[in-house]
Design a protein. Structure first.
Length: 391
């Protein structure tokens, strides 16, 4: 393993936040700290729009730290760096070590330098020139290519001097907790974990609601959703998962409502329960994994009917995506393998043979009337919710 003395983190959009910047930076630092807790003791501080992550104990797994930082929203680049003395000899010695370590077939390099400490005798272009020459002298069989180098050697002269040859792409987005809270309707499928991920990426904290239809859906289906929430929480931070029994309401709908309206009515009632929980938990909006036309309950007409059941805004980040595109993200965030496990969901049992693909809102509202005092039934389901805190 190549030695890593500390990790420098670069953030993008936050740097533009003007007066709110300290707020964003504070959240980011906290999220980083709680993410690293499991790995060991680190000092996490910021200076000049860069976060410094330094180990406070010997022998910490720095590669594991780098890996887990790729899952923190708000970070654009992760640079595992070597620290050295603030003179060109020491910088060159470290740079040569770094290149030799990572070099296999690579034949070209370039130097990028940043001088934050204006007292350092060389400016950035001079550092590049000087260090480039020293590397050419120190390593055989290597040449400079400023356009398409195999290796980019980065030097940053700050309070101390840092050298690095790896710049790892971070998760981007904004620190979770800087943009309020939303409630994701989390099924066991592929789409909803991706939808939650995409909203959390913009700094939004997640509350999650899952409906289960025991005994028609099994405990393993419930476990599956808990596993999905665990995987999501690596990126999204703490998630409170509300598991709500839906069987009674579902059976009532099946018994009383026209068969071809079942799914849309069921989805409307899911939304209403989720909204009640959302309001109670101080969350401002709902999120679903719906995508236009994916199934009968996601045609434009069906979406209009579902939307109309609630007054909170409904965010559907997958709305214009093809399944393939959603799958790609779910593989990237590690939810795919769990999502494709074959346990039934309460939406997939009792599927009508001929669902109405163009339901009209007035007809649906009329059809729902037979359910009587539905508010009481919704509250009853909520009263039986099970709440898990997923970290
Ligand atoms: P997939 O389409 O991959 O099966 P999905 O999560 O999109 O997964 P759908 O049946 O298409 O599942 O449901 C559409 C949306 O409704 C979901 O994205 C989710 O937000 C919500 N939803 C469906 N079933 C449930 C459930 N049991 N609990 C909570 N939300 C659900
Ligand atoms: Mg879907």
């Amino acid at each position: 393993m190549q030695k890593i003395d500390l990790i420098l983190l670069k953030y993008g959009e936050i740097a533009l936040k003007g007066l709110n910047k300290p707020l964003f930076e504070g959240k980011l630092l906290n999220n980083i700290k709680s993410r690293l807790e499991k790995i060991g003791r680190f000092s996490v501080r910021k200076a000049q729009s860069t976060v410094y992550v330094e180990p406070l104990e010997e022998g910490l797994d720095m590669e594991a730290a780098v890996e887990s930082l790729t899952q923190v929203f708000g970070i654009v680049n992760i640079c595992p760096v070597r620290k050295c003395e603030k003179n060109m000899e020491s910088i060159a010695k470290t740079a040569i070590e770094c290149i030799n370590y990572m070099r296999t077939t690579e034949k070209t390099f370039k130097v990028e330098a940043k001088r934050e400490d204006k007292k350092f005798p060389l400016n950035s272009p001079q550092i590049c020139m000087e260090l480039g020459g020293m590397i050419l002298e120190g390593i055989e069989d290597i040449s400079v290519d400023v356009h398409r180098p195999d290796i980019t050697v980065n030097v940053e002269v700050r309070q101390e001097a840092f050298v690095y040859t790896r710049k790892i792409k971070g998760a981007g987005g904004m620190p979770v907790g800087t943009n309020g809270k939303s409630t994701i309707l989390l099924s066991g499928g592929i789409d909803s974990p991706v939808a939650g991920f995409m909203i959390a990426k913009r700094g939004v904290e997640l509350e999650a609601v899952h409906f289960h239809s025991h005994p028609y859906t099994s405990d393993r289906a419930k476990e599956k959703v808990i596993d999905l929430a665990k995987q999501m929480s690596k990126y999204c931070g703490k998630i409170r998962l509300h598991i709500v029994p839906f069987t009674k309401i579902q059976l009532d709908i099946i018994e009383k409502c026209p068969e071809n309206y079942l799914t849309v009515i069921m989805r409307r009632l899911m939304m209403r329960i989720a909204e009640k929980i959302s309001v109670r938990e101080g969350s401002a909006a709902l999120i679903t994994g719906e995508s236009i036309g994916q199934v009968a309950s996601q045609t434009m007409e069906s979406l209009v009917c579902t939307d109309n059941a609630v007054s909170q805004p409904v965010f559907r980040p997958c709305i214009g995506m093809d399944k393939e595109e959603i799958v790609l993200i779910s593989k990237k965030i590690g939810t795919y393998e769990t999502s494709i496990l074959p346990y039934e969901d309460c939406c997939t049992i009792f599927v009508p043979k001929h669902p109405k693909t163009k339901p009209q809102l007035a007809e649906i509202i009329e059809a729902e009337k037979v359910l009587g005092d539905i508010e009481a039934a919704l509250d009853e389901a909520i009263a039986e919710e099970e709440v898990l805190v997923i970290r």
